[in-house]
Design a protein around this ligand. Sequence first.
Ligand code: F6R
Length: 606
Amino acid sequence: MCGIIGYIGSENAVPIIVDGLKKLEYRGYDSAGLAVYSGGGFEVVKRKGRLQALESEIEQNPIKGFAGIGHTRWATHGEPSNENSHPHLGHQNKIAVVHNGIIENYKQLREKLEAGGIKFTSETDSEVIAQLTEYYYKGDIMETVIKVVNRLEGSYALGIMCIDEPDALIAIKKDNPLIIGVSDHGQFIASDVPAVLKHTNQVHYPNDKEIAVLRKGSVQFFNLDNEPIQKTPETITWSFDSAEKGGYPHFMLKEIMEQPKVLQDTFQSAANTGDNKPIIDSLDFTRFNKLVITACGSAYNAGVVAKNVFERLCGITVEVELASEFRYKDAVVDDKTLVILVSQSGETADTIAAMREAKSKGAATLSVVNVIGSTIAKESDFCVYTAAGPEIAVATTKAFSAQLVLLYILAIRFAVQLKKLSPEAERELLAQIKALPEKANDILKQVDLIQQYASTCVGCKSIFFIGRNIDYAIALEGSLKLKEISYIHSEAYAGGELKHGTISLIEENTLVVAISNCKRLYDKIMSNVEQVISRGAKVLLIGNCPAAGANETDKKLSVIELPETNELFSPSLSVVALQLFAYFVAANKGLDIDKPRNLAKSVTVE
Ligand code: F6R
């Protein structure tokens, strides 16, 4: 939540910061602001609302500077307002700070500073950092920053500037993402790589509590004892184009359309000789008697799908836990447990906490992560990367699909180790996964049909998603996708569960989306379909065994037919249709699809 960016170099920092904020707006969009050093002092502009408001203000009253910091906010402490926007300044306007994270002891620090006569101008926890920095500053910014971070409790990624040392930009992190970009014309700090990709692919990933000092032509790192640390930048392989809309109206649609390539790339990087292979292969699955998958939101839904696959292929019981629950439940895990963490960002606070909890109990941890160098990727014992590239839309699509593919492959590898799969069966399953990109492409060709159907659903007040077994698992994701971007209430149910209560919600023309890829359960789900139709519902049937027996002349029943595949991998196809459906319902409502209200992409708060 919240995005920070900073630049120091030979170019005007203002357009660079605004452009970087555009790439970070997915992290929060309640307000935005920036501060640049312009000779005599800081020029600060802050605006409540979308970044556009800040841009308009700057267009009308241009400012310039060769060093600056910017912020896009997802409000936690204090309402979205100009005052609560970052950057925050100290009481004498000597220090400017942008902050992503939460300062847990801000009240105590604030009370102390206020008792000493310092006046605060916002309700945020972040302002205390600027005030404290200025309070401690006696002419040496490094010494001051060390003193400040030793007082802070909580999480932070910080960009700090001091008016007396305008040739330096300071950055430090703890439990929140921060990257340092290095280019020919200057140096950058940012919450995420896409914010700097236009300028450089050379990026440092500082560890917690390492201080970065950026100057026009250099970046240096220090520990909290002020001793220098040597670091080598990593080369980012993501292209600049991958973080652009490329002619699509929304990132979400672009990212849905990219899925055939993402499935292919992820399959290749995991199943062939990519960096991942030695890591997975060195994991001896036979030493575990328990498998737990923990994650949040869509990543949790990927875990529910994976539970079905692991249980079927490996013959072991798998628990799937919401990370926010796992972290507080005194989980029964030990050194014979493998805990799999699934996360696009690798920075989700609850998932990080679940990982640390599992590790503290001796469990082995394996992460499935998209963002290279993220906290979960670094701290887990084993890590496999999804090859989704940068995902910008808040609602995940391609990263979810990549997670599924990696989880299938892990399940197959573990099943082989457990001698549950013959080499032929393994080959056959891998061939089925390899064929998914082309089949996903076939579904994308049905875009007009899905769009047309979605246009009839704009007025729906509530939409139910049903399925059985693995179809139920993917129904959870279909429902989440729809509600988060279209603001239509929706729920997913196991088909057999309807009659135990939910069916009382079905009224004339309630929409039920039924998913049907399990041939052995086809009759069962169809009988659920009939039950809801006879109570007035209209049904959209999505699946690869929907047509036989379905009375397509029934006006209440519409069908989106999916290509055949192994039941276990069918969620990868269902989800493409479900994502398109959710997207077009939201698009027909004219909503801000890439930035749904109240949400942010990287949830680094509890
Ligand atoms: C929904 C969505 C979220 C994330 C969740 C976990 O479309 O994107 O539910 O899946 O916040 O995020 P990561 O995967 O970054 O841990």
